[in-house]
Design a protein around this ligand. Structure first.
Ligand code: HEC
Length: 709
């Protein structure tokens, strides 16, 4: 190892500081503030504040509430605020950015992207946070709104007009592709390294997706400084893991979950998602580097240092869902600076930060193969021997919900001929498959918290089965259905039935919309409904005709030809469907929500508890079942672990050593976000965005808690 034992002994914890690495460079990471997405500069989701303790946490009360006033019917707030120099920065459901006095919640300024963008294209979507940068008196907040990266003055909220073009950078440009018209949503904040902001983006999951290139922009000018091609171009490493004929038409392999920078080493760690089309990879035979990978890039230049691919040739949408944790652990007596990446599939992958060597062996293991025509799945997948998974890894007959016989019967009926009992069952057109761990994790975008004082990682998870099935593509006699299936089917279902309440049915749109208002909705998007301004006008017209119940095939020959020249998958997934009872209870035996503590020096679980409660089931005498959960935990030096995330509209505090619940409070709407912990005027605060959504009622509040005076 690089660091001798003598130096290591100097690297113990000193008050609120921790030596992140010792030896030549003595950078200390300050865990007392919350100036970054994830709190500290390494995004640990850990606070060294200790005013709130296991003893007094039950006395927490609401210190202030800020209502954004712009919640919509299904809107969400996924934002984790940052706090710099006493100001709290966050975003609203309609993607306004604001600054509050962090002690009182009083608004200092508020910026609406409309001021700069007007009606320009779409800036709908969700936003998970903002980034702060300063140089002397020049202090900036950077944030994404749809396909725009914008900069405003951190003290006044005034747009910085010489950033990019008129205060904004168009992320559809400078992608190194032939095309520019893509769906791009900058939902997770970029990371700041020196004068660079490094950023990824959320893309379409269809064959209309942009390549998920990672880019760094100069924060002073908005100029693109470097790009890393996550789908390699000819001559670049990894190009041979694709099919040459189609590679330029394939997108994805994008980073939508955020990144983490090791400032001392100048390395940015970038987790990526799957390549498109997500569920049938017939146009992309091969491993498909750098999809589903953890990339270590030189933060200054974007050059690849090492990479690890967790799913070869993904056909399950197993994107890496959160930014990784930089951890420092003592394993077998030796200190290791490692990077830990949680996943949707319930595993945590841990590597030496510099070399990319796995800290525990990761074993290529033979897996079940696809039988779909044209599909060639990977013969093996990498399975980590440790850390222990943070959820069940298979769903078997014995796991079918059996709390009541009628529920079990309903679930069995829904299962039909679906196969189960294998994490790596490939999607099939002959039968359904139970996707477990499910489409929304395992782990999700809330990420994990790492406490450097006890080397423990805390991670919440959904333990919910999904059922997917593939359907052969409609033939082009029915072009409307083909175009619909390609762009809309995965969310709204192949039969347009939707997946209420989160995703509405489209069967009644004829009554609700005119052709024009439908076209506008498609161009602009709304909340979690992405904008489709990037697809051709011909295709939009075909869609509108199809949804309005007009003639099946367009009369216009040109429309028909344009649509036919597109690449469409030969098989489609028939919609994001959870396995549930008729009343919507999940089809597995609980717990459905989990919170797990893993000792990262041994890779073993310390404790695991149920996260969340469904009151109607508790009232019937069932033990708490847990709920679906989105948003991460925060561990603190006061011995307390905070997390909201659950669908029961509560925030909770756990004893970080035992998992015992110490406090809970009802929120105005579900806190589907990660809390922030900070201090102002000697007082410790805990703040959470209560935006609801995801099938719960929407909200518009940020609520801060503190101890009474
Ligand atoms: C990523 C998932 C996703 C995709 C892909 C998607 N939608 Fe949606 N759609 C949604 C969600 C979520 C809503 C609800 C939005 C809201 O009101 O907040 C929605 C709403 C709608 C509505 C409004 C329904 C109503 O009752 O008011 C229409 C119409 C619609 N979508 C059409 C489409 C069409 C056409 C496509 C394909 C071009 C498409 N959607 C693709 C998720 C999606």
């Amino acid at each position: 190892m690089k660091y001798s034992l003598r130096i290591v002994l100097n690297c113990s914890i000193l008050g609120s500081f921790l030596f992140s690495a010792c030896g030549e460079k003595k950078t200390r990471i300050d865990y007392s503030g919350w100036a970054h997405y994830g709190g500290s500069e390494d995004g640990a989701r850990y606070s060294s504040l200790s005013q709130i303790t296991t003893e007094n946490v039950a006395q927490l009360e609401v210190a202030w509430t800020y209502n954004t006033g712009d919640a919509g019917e299904r809107s969400q707030i996924q934002c984790q605020p940052i706090v710099v120099n006493g100001l709290l920065y966050a975003t609203t459901p309609k993607l306004n950015v604001f600054a509050l006095d962090a002690a009182t919640g009083a608004e200092v300024w508020r910026f609406d992207p409309f001021q700069v963008l007007g009606g320009e294209n779409s800036w709908a979507g969700t936003n998970r946070g903002v980034s702060y940068w300063e140089n002397g008196d020049d202090k900036r907040i950077l944030f994404g709104a749809g396909n725009w990266l914008m900069a405003v003055n951190a003290l006044t909220g005034e747009p910085i007009m010489d950033f990019g073009v008129g205060g904004k950078v168009d992320l559809r440009k400078d992608l190194d592709t032939d095309m520019e018209d893509f769906l791009i949503v900058a939902n997770s904040p970029g990371v700041v390294y020196e004068d660079l902001i490094i950023i990824g983006m959320r893309l379409s999951e269809g064959l209309d997706a942009a390549p998920g290139n990672i880019r760094a922009y100069n924060i002073r000018t908005g100029k693109r400084e470097w790009i890393f091609h996550t789908i390699p171009q000819e001559g670049e490493f990894g190009y041979e893991t694709w099919d040459k004929e189609h590679i330029r038409q394939i997108g994805g392999a994008n980073n939508w979950a955020g990144m983490t920078v090791d400032h001392e080493r100048g390395i940015v760690y970038v987790p990526t998602g799957s390549a498109t089309y997500d569920f049938w990879g017939g146009y992309r035979p091969g491993d498909n580097l750098f999809s589903n990978s953890l990339l270590a890039l030189d933060a200054k230049t974007g050059k690849r240092i090492w990479h690890f691919q967790a799913v070869h040739h993904d056909v399950w949408d197993r994107d890496f869902p959160a930014n990784p944790n930089l951890i420092r652990i003592q394993k077998d007596g030796k200190w290791i600076d490692a990077v830990a990446q949680i996943s949707k599939q319930g595993y945590t992958y841990v590597f030496d930060r510099e070399t990319g060597e796995p800290v525990w062996p990761i074993i290529e293991t033979p897996v079940t193969q696809s039988t779909l025509p044209g599909e060639q799945t990977s013969p093996t997948q990498p399975i980590p021997s440790l850390p222990e998974p943070f959820m069940n890894m298979v769903f078997e007959d014995k796991d079918i919900l059996n709390l009541k016989p009628e529920w079990e019967a309903q679930v069995r009926e829904k299962l039909g001929d679906s196969k189960m009992g294998d994490t790596w069952l490939p999607p099939s057109a002959d039968n359904g498959i139970v996707l477990f761990p499910g489409m929304d994790g395992g782990g999700e975008w809330g990420g994990a918290s790492f406490d450097p004082t006890n080397q423990t990682m805390y991670v919440n998870a959904n333990q919910i089965p999904w059922v997917i099935r593939m359907t052969a593509n409609a033939n082009f006699e029915n072009i409307g259905q083909a175009v619909y299936t390609n762009y809309c089917g995965t969310c709204h279902g192949l039969e347009r039935q939707g997946n209420p309440p989160a995703i509405p049915t489209l069967l009644g749109v004829k009554e609700k919309y005119t052709a024009d208002s439908l076209d506008i909705l498609l161009q602009k998007g709304r909340g979690a409904m992405p904008a489709f301004g990037h697809i051709s006008k011909e295709e939009r017209m075909i869609l509108v005709d199809y949804l309005m119940g007009k003639a099946e095939a367009p009369a216009d020959k040109k429309e028909m030809e344009a649509a036919k020249s597109m690449l469409y998958p030969r098989y489609y997934m028939n919609g994001y469907q959870k396995l549930t009872t008729n009343e919507g209870l999940y089809g597995s035996n609980p717990p459905w929500g989990l919170l797990t503590a893993i000792d990262m020096s041994t890779g073993k679980k310390k404790w695991q508890v149920t996260l969340g409660e469904i009151d109607s089931l508790s009232a019937q005498g069932f033990a708490p079942t847990g709920t679906e959960n989105y948003g991460g935990p925060v561990a603190t030096a006061g011995g307390v672990l905070f997390i909201a995330a659950t669908k029961d509209e509560k925030i909770r505090a756990f004893d970080k050593e035992t998992g015992k619940i110490l406090w809970e409070a009802k929120l105005p709407a579900s806190g589907h976000a990660t809390p922030a912990v900070y201090e102002k005027n000697g007082k410790q605060y805990l703040v959470i965005a209560c935006g609801g959504g995801k099938g719960t009622k929407s909200g518009d509040a940020y609520v801060a808690f503190a101890l009474p005076d």
